[in-house]
Design a protein around this ligand. Sequence first.
Ligand SMILES: [Zn+2]
Ligand SMILES: [Zn+2]
Length: 262
Amino acid sequence: MLRDGGLSRTQLDAQLRAGVLERVRRGVYAATSYVCSAARASVAHGGVPACVTAAEHLGLWVLEPDSAVHVWLTGDGHRYQHDGCTCIEHWDDGARTDAFGLPSVPRILRQVLTCRGVEEFFVVLESALRMGLIDASGVAWLRRHTNDAAREAIDLARADADSGLESLVRWRLRKHRLTVRTQVGIPGVGRVDLLIGDRLILETDGRVNHAGADLRHKDLVRDAHAAMWGYVTLRFDYALVVHDWDLVERAILAHVGAGRHL
Ligand SMILES: [Zn+2]
Ligand SMILES: [Zn+2]
């Protein structure tokens, strides 16, 4: 990325015409292949990617991808007009290195907390822990700069969650005070996503093309093996967990109420 210097005006114009560089904002140019559209919109808006946009950029899990770009603007910044703007602004102060420097991961997490709420904060936090993108000092900073709900999420968060769906299910089940273990190995079955009590298996399916006959057959074989060993399996996909939690919760609690998890 170039800020004014580096190229003469003539060189700059030539590269802009050739499509090698593009102007994202007055005085700020980027190599065309380098910038994704979200980063480009953030810079055109006068900031850098923030919140869930920044989290996605880093490969962290987010619950609902957002077509709007979340932009970080600091106190001394300016908002710029640009085409097709649907940006969501996050104003807070903090150091950054250049026009494309993302906020620190703890700061991204705090932005997610205020913008999307504690559930998504928990999901992104577990993802950051899993990927090693936040350390103890980052977690300590978050504790000091968030609220009680976030601190509850920090206390529950682990570094070994396998997917955002699994994190979300654990978070939503916490109030029922069930024993929930993750990635438990079961003979003849393999690793299951979540095990409630000793016998109730929850499988959360984030796979995009799970309708494939082969995969479905494998799931049925797993479930049959699990049943043979005395386990009960409940299987939920992304749409159910995220959009119909009430149904998912009642299904789980019906089994728990009947003692089938013991
Ligand atoms: Zn946001
Ligand atoms: Zn904008």
